[in-house]
Design a protein around this ligand. Structure first.
Ligand SMILES: [Zn+2]
Length: 205
């Protein structure tokens, strides 16, 4: 199981990671992990465009290599780009030097100042290494996990989770991946319609 809302204790244990944005504005920060890929990423871009929304895409370097045209489209449409390693490595199970190497390999393509550790798993030593290698690097976690990757979650329940959990300043995780697409394509247009009707705007990090 995973919590839809990040528990306050977890946020407190890692205060130098970014969990949400408290700037007082009625803004939601949508993030999309694991792309860019054909079909799914362009689907997301199209929905965002309908609401003049900006979002942040945490890209896997390997996918950028395979689908450079989709990556270009994300950038051209004015969204923020974040690094999500080259091979979607799990920090807790990866040696620090290999983790750094994989981050740098991805950043050669992404040139990003934002990073999100795959699975949200990163060691303190790895945080330090990455921030030393790229001063000013912001490590972005989340405050709302949509669960769109969960094949046992119905699209309806996924929508309900996201709508009930999200408030101003939240960082919400979705995935532009094939695995998540069944839920994403149901949830994203409906959630954005509801948020838009409630007066929220959508910002990039
Ligand atoms: Zn991921």
């Amino acid at each position: 199981m995973y919590p839809v809302k990040t528990p306050w204790l977890v946020k407190k244990l890692y205060p130098n990671l970014i969990w949400n944005i408290n700037n007082g504005s009625r803004c939601i920060y949508l993030t999309f992990d694991d792309g860019p890929i054909p079909i799914v990423t362009p689907f997301v871009l199209n929905i965002l465009k309908q609401y003049e929304a900006k979002a942040t895409f945490f890209c896997i370097g390997d996918n950028v290599t395979k689908h450079p045209e989709v990556f270009e489209q994300v950038k051209n449409e004015g969204h923020a780009i974040g690094n999500h390693t080259f091979n979607h490595l799990k920090g807790w199970k990866t040696k620090d030097n290999l983790y750094l190497e994989n981050f740098l390999k991805a950043n050669g393509l992404l040139h990003a100042n934002l990073f999100r550790p795959p699975y949200g798993r990163i060691k303190r030593s790895q945080i330090k290494l990455l921030q030393n290698a790229r001063p000013g690097l912001k490590i972005i976690m989340w405050s709302v996990l949509s669960g769109d990757f969960d094949i046992n979650l119905t699209p309806e329940k996924c929508l309900e989770n996201v709508i009930n959990s999200t408030k101003s300043g939240d960082i919400v995780v979705f995935h532009d991946s094939l695995k998540a697409f069944d839920r994403l394509q149901y949830v994203l247009p409906r959630a954005m319609e509801i948020w838009n009707a409630r007066g929220f705007t959508f910002g990039a990090l």
